[in-house]
Design a protein around this ligand. Structure first.
Ligand code: NAX
Length: 329
């Protein structure tokens, strides 16, 4: 009997993240060995040759779970019939560039890709990685009339993984023992919620009693980790971002164990934690096991947490204002 095929489009396939992500998608680790993965790569014309090189290397891995690879510089072609759209491709932030300049520069990419997606795919789930990923997801969602807004997500899993790694070192535990979620924007305003999080079922703050570290070095390390990696490596995070993208998809595909949650930026329903409706906001999220999810409701928030959530909300509202002319519907 032939195996089911999942079609996955990856934009910016010839980039740094693409170079790690594509191999892991093709290897079968996300969708399982009993599913075939069809990769549909999208690149700019100037990077098509490099994408071909990456595709040659993927072929050379001999992954039995790979159905095939197509490469295109036309979004509608790359998105034809896809089940997953991984929006990785975007322009990097240039020297001296302000965040708002980057938002304005990258916004149009997500207008055209949102429209193309609407025409080319119906049963599709979207993961936005390209920065500023929350607002890029918002733009794509508004321009994609024929796909449910709930299908659009942005990636804050890398922030979650970074936070867990720091907590595990401090507590002397395994990262797998930690339950923690990120609130808000994938930016330096995001809030890793160490107040609601747990280590082996016990509150993080009961295990790590050094509150000054949690509010200080821990928060700073997680919020500024991207910049620290650029300073050390001379390039932005790539393999860790690809790994987080794999985790993001995997978590959405598998039912979240009781009492646990993960970080996923999704459209706010307007009735959760005071976050205005429609903002693509990272919440503690649980998967129903089939790609569908629910935001965890009624977590208690201290005044400290509320303030952090307000700060990141404010930043996302400002970003939405900057791109308001790109938001149709
Ligand atoms: P690279 O510059 O290595 O690759 C980007 C690729 O996108 C290039 O090959 C480029 O040709 C392609 N591209 C640009 N515009 C395109 C378009 N309109 N259609 C298709 N392809 C297009 O960047 P890379 O390191 O791979 O990072 C990609 C994005 O991920 C960046 O925006 C980066 O800021 C973002 N990140 C997001 C993270 C997150 O946690 N959400 C963390 C890592 C990373 O910083």
């Amino acid at each position: 009997m032939s195996k089911p095929v999942v079609k996955v489009a990856v934009t910016g396939a010839a980039g740094q993240i693409g170079y790690s992500l594509l191999f892991r998608l093709a290897s079968g680790e996300v969708f399982g060995k009993d599913t075939q993965v069809q990769l549909q790569l999208l690149e700019l014309p100037a990077a098509m040759k490099a994408a071909e090189g990456t595709a040659m290397e993927i072929d050379d891995c001999g992954f039995p779970s790979l159905a095939g690879i197509t490469i295109s510089d036309t979004a509608e072609q790359a998105f034809d019939g896809i089940n997953w759209a991984l929006f990785v491709g975007s322009k990097p932030r240039g020297p001296g560039m302000e965040r708002n300049d980057l938002i304005r520069d990258n916004g149009p990419i997500f207008v055209s890709q949102g429209k193309a997606l609407s025409r080319a795919a119906k049963d599709v789930r979207i993961v936005t990685v390209g920065n500023p990923c929350n607002t890029n997801a918002l733009i794509a969602q508004h321009n994609c009339r024929d796909v449910s807004p709930t299908r659009f997500t942005a990636m804050t899993m890398l922030d979650e993984n970074r936070a867990k790694a720091q907590l595990a070192k401090k507590a002397g535990c395994n990262v797998g023992d930690i339950n923690l979620a990120i609130w808000g924007n994938h930016s330096s305003t995001m809030f890793p919620d160490f107040e609601n999080g747990s280590i082996n079922g016990k509150k993080i703050t009961d295990t790590i009693k050094d509150r000054a570290w949690l509010e200080g070095d821990f928060m700073k390390t997680v919020q500024l980790r991207g910049a620290a990696i650029i300073a050390a490596r001379g390039k932005s995070s790539a393999a860790s971002a690809a790994s987080a993208c794999i985790d993001h998809i995997w978590r959405l595909m598998h039912p979240t164990p009781a009492g646990k949650y993960f970080s996923c930026a999704v459209a706010s329903d307007g009735n959760s934690y005071g976050v205005p409706a429609g903002l693509i906001f990272s919440f503690p999220t649980r998967s129903l096991g089939n790609g569908n999810y629910e935001v965890v409701k009624d977590l208690p928030l201290s005044d400290y947490s509320k303030k952090k959530i307000e700060e990141t909300t404010k930043e996302l509202l400002t970003e939405r204002e900057v791109v308001k002319d790109l938001l149709i519907k």
